[in-house]
Design a binder for this molecule. Structure first.
Ligand SMILES: C[S@@+](CC[C@H](N)C(=O)[O-])C[C@H]1O[C@@H](n2cnc3c(N)ncnc32)[C@H](O)[C@@H]1O
Length: 281
């Protein structure tokens, strides 16, 4: 018998399994009381896979790596904006980039900025805009290159496309808009990031928990913002270690303003609230 309009119910055992799988796949720590959240996010996955019970969905997740990726994507939250927590970008322009430029470490190579949970790309493009401002101010060793990584394929695709609505670009300071934004000739209120910044960017899926997709990254500035909040202490420690190994000595780690205490670790010194410098190899 086919039941139309009836939501599959979530039994305590399903919840336990889904919470454990969420932690194992993405690092995200969910409370077992979040049944509405789980049903809201996963109902569509059940429908997409033609399933009518969460028990069947849990079985599918154990056997199907592709579904585990879609499961992770369904559970993640992607809120972001241009120049979010702007004080960090102001600090980078006034102090962080002058320090890197003056150190001589960037001679003969690019300045690598890594947006480590990049969502739809606004964080990374904001950092690139700031690096260009630094060059304008005479910091000639600042040749920026951006790496953006995120666990979710759709947001990485969006970042690569670099197309944003007028409302989404509101956070970009007016003086930077003509230089870094193109306006659509066919659609009102749609903008695209200029080719120069797009060409300086590479975007890929990567998992901060498992390290998948992170090979070869060695960054001077890392943005690891508004993602640690989703993890418990053990996962946060593993993620911070993974990021620390990919941050060059003398480089900077930026966290979300509520997350600064989560990044405390040997080898990182606090420069400003939510900004760390790596001081050990
Ligand atoms: C709230 S957004 C933060 C975006 C941006 N960093 C900012 O602060 O505006 C969190 C992002 O972390 C990503 N994420 C969650 N778990 C992840 C993991 N294990 N590895 C990589 N990215 C992850 C999500 O897909 C989401 O795009």
């Amino acid at each position: 018998m086919i039941q139309i309009g009836l939501q599959p119910s979530l039994r305590p055992d399903d919840i336990r399994q889904l919470v454990a799988l969420a932690r194992a796949v993405t690092g995200i720590t969910l409370s077992e009381s979040k049944t509405d959240f789980l049903m809201g996010r996963l109902g569509r996955r059940l429908a997409a896979r033609g399933l009518t019970s969460y028990a069947d969905y849990c079985r599918l997740l154990t056997n199907d790596a592709t579904e585990r990726v879609a499961f992770g994507e369904a559970l993640t939250t992607h809120t972001t904006s241009f120049f979010r927590e702007k004080a960090q970008y102001d600090w980078l322009l006034a102090e962080g980039l002058p320090e890197l430029d003056g150190s001589g470490r960037l001679k003969g190579r690019d300045l690598v900025i890594w947006s480590a949970a990049c969502s739809t790309g606004q964080e990374g493009y904001s950092a690139l805009m700031v690096a260009h401002q630094a060059r304008d101010r005479g910091m000639r060793t600042i040749n920026p290159r951006l790496i953006g990584t995120d666990i979710s394929r759709p947001v990485v695709g969006h970042a690569r496309q670099a197309v944003y609505s007028r409302a989404e670009t509101d956070g970009i300071p007016p003086a930077l808009r003509p230089r870094f934004l193109l306006s659509s000739k066919t659609a009102n209120d749609v903008h695209r990031i200029v080719p120069e910044l797009r060409e300086q960017s590479s975007w890929r899926t990567a998992n901060l928990l498992t390290g998948e997709g992170l090979d070869g990254i060695a960054a001077d500035v890392v943005f690891l913002r508004n993602v640690l909040i989703y993890f418990d202490a053990e996962i946060r420690g593993r993620v911070i270690d993974a990021v620390y190994r990919r941050l060059r000595t003398g480089g900077f780690l930026m966290t979300g303003h509520t997350e600064a205490s989560h990044a405390r670790r040997d080898g990182l010194e606090l420069v400003r609230p939510s900004i760390y410098r790596k001081i050990a190899p």
